[in-house]
Design a protein around this ligand. Structure first.
Ligand code: HEM
Length: 474
């Protein structure tokens, strides 16, 4: 992470079991909830209390988790992905085990590699260029043209990103509008499962029960689609790719329908909710920061003549837009905590307040949490960390208060062999959304309230958000 590692002093290694432990605090059973609901302020308060960037908290099932803050730990853990497990017991499984068990996110070893490879086959920038861009341009033209007055930006983003996620997964186009609408209605109720920490399928007062009922209906529809597919030649979508996956070490064993469906649900969740939330935060940040908004507006006006179509190539050269999305993901990373579990004992470097590095000996089978929601707001990496400054990204290296030059930590898309497979298409999709929207509409309300209300599950989800707009022609 630092430009010149020679400069760093290292101490230790300390046994991580001796790191400050908050598992025995009064209310420690609620720590998992705070970690999800307050991904910046809660770890910041424990960091302040303990004076350390490594400490223990309780996770959902009562298992202690070692929280590691700071750039060094993040870099180390993410680049050593193969030394961690993710599936059963790996941290994500607690949230995902009923929603999408055995999915790419919650599996390990060879089957993970094959599932990951299958999904990635459909998510290339080349395919975006050839097919996805036209699909999205058409969806956006339909959705944006007639908008006026106040617009619910969350709902608008939801509409587009859901259609695109279904298109990637199942190749649906115009004639399947009814199917997409039906899936979307069920999806809305299904995705609430992620917010219900009690997970009691039989309690009629909690959303979990209804979420799981919607899941059953989604499974039924997807099962019907798979049955039809088996009679057709292979298709070039995520379903088509998953149907080809050969189970490792078992001859002629392909994925079962249930395994395919779990992966489809997982990918739709990963593709739709993350981009919706990020776009909503981005528009709220633009609404609060007229300087950034005007800069971006000018960049788009200069780049495109009226009537000139937006092409994927042209998106590559919009530095202000890329920087605004980056800054949004820095302040509002969708996944925090990023969980991992060690396979064997490891020595993990963690940076300290005085600029040196403390090594920690971490035992095998330890649940380890990185917290991008906190690390990406630490003063030593990002001066004025809670403010939106898209200009930060004009310089790659920054100077640490202790004089070292470093690349600021950024892990909104995770890292290593488990990094987000949708990063490239997500960036293109979000850039296209902003360009197409701002070429048609102008934001006219500038709202300075620093607080954006959120409802936090495994992802950080802004509440329904509206902005005032005007047609560009008027
Ligand atoms: C703003 C948009 C997005 C954000 C912020 C985001 C973030 C992430 C993060 C943080 C992870 C976990 C990485 C780790 O543990 O190291 C992840 C994994 C994943 N994401 Fe995304 N994601 C986004 C969009 C997408 C899209 C559009 C797709 C699919 C079309 C997608 C598919 C996946 C999949 C399949 C995984 C699991 C990868 C694996 O375990 O090997 N994501 N994403």
């Amino acid at each position: 992470m630092y430009e010149d590692n020679e400069q760093l002093t290292q101490t230790g290694p300390l046994d991580a079991r001796d790191a400050p432990n908050f598992c025995h605090d009064l209310f420690s059973f609620l720590q998992f909830y705070q970690l999800i609901a307050r991904p910046n302020s809660f770890p910041a308060s424990l960091q302040e209390k303990s004076g350390s960037n490594a400490f223990w908290v309780n996770w959902i099932d009562g298992e202690p988790a070692l929280v590691l803050l700071g750039a060094e730990a993040e870099k180390y853990v993410l680049t050593h992905s193969s030394d961690f497990i993710f599936g059963e017991g790996g941290g994500y499984h607690i949230i995902a085990r009923e929603m999408f068990p055995q999915g790419v996110l919650t599996s390990d070893g060879e089957i993970h590699d094959q599932l990951r490879h299958a999904v990635l086959e459909r998510l290339t920038p080349r395919k975006f260029q050839q097919e996805d861009c036209n699909f999205l341009l058409q969806c956006m033209a339909e959705a944006f043209t007639s908008l006026s007055g106040r617009v619910n930006i969350l709902k608008l983003a939801q509409d587009i990103t859901f259609k695109y996620a279904i298109y990637l997964a199942l190749s649906t186009e115009g004639e399947d509008k009814l199917l997409v609408a039906k899936l979307k209605k069920l999806w809305h109720s299904f995705s609430l499962a992620a917010f219900d920490i009690f997970r009691q399928p039989n309690n009629p007062l909690l959303p979990y029960r209804y979420a799981m009922q919607s899941r059953e209906k989604l499974v039924e529809i997807l099962k019907g689609i798979i049955d039809k597919r088996r009679e057709m030649p292979p298709q070039d979508d995520i379903l088509g790719q998953l149907m080809q996956v050969q189970y490792p070490f078992e001859q002629n064993r392909k994925l079962t329908d249930e395994e395919i469906i779990n992966n489809l649900l997982m990918v739709i969740y990963a593709a739709h909710d993350t981009t919706t939330n990020t776009l909503t935060f981005l528009f709220k940040e633009l609404e609060r920061h007229p300087d950034a908004y005007h800069h971006l507006e000018r960049e788009i006006e200069d780049k495109y003549h009226p009537g000139e179509p937006c092409t994927p190539d042209s998106l590559a050269n919009l530095p202000t837009l890329a920087a605004c999305i980056h800054e949004t993901l820095r302040l509002h990373p969708q996944v925090s905590p990023l969980p991992r579990k060690t396979i064997h004992e490891m020595i993990i470097p963690v940076d300290t307040k005085d600029g040196s590095i403390q090594l920690y000996r971490v035992a095998e089978k330890t649940l380890v949490f990185l917290m991008p929601g906190r690390t990406q707001r630490m003063q030593e990496y990002y001066p004025d960390p809670d403010s939106f400054h898209f200009e930060r990204y004009q310089q790659r290296l920054t100077t640490h208060p202790h004089g070292k030059r470093y690349e600021p930590p950024f892990s909104a898309f995770g890292g290593g062999s488990r990094s987000c497979v949708g990063e490239k298409v997500a960036m293109l999709e979000m850039m296209l959304f902003v360009v197409e929207f701002l070429r048609r509409k102008r934001i006219i309300s500038f709202w300075q309230n620093p607080y954006i209300p959120t409802m936090n599950g495994p992802l950080i989800h802004p509440f329904s958000q509206s902005i005032a707009i005007q047609d560009r022609r008027s």
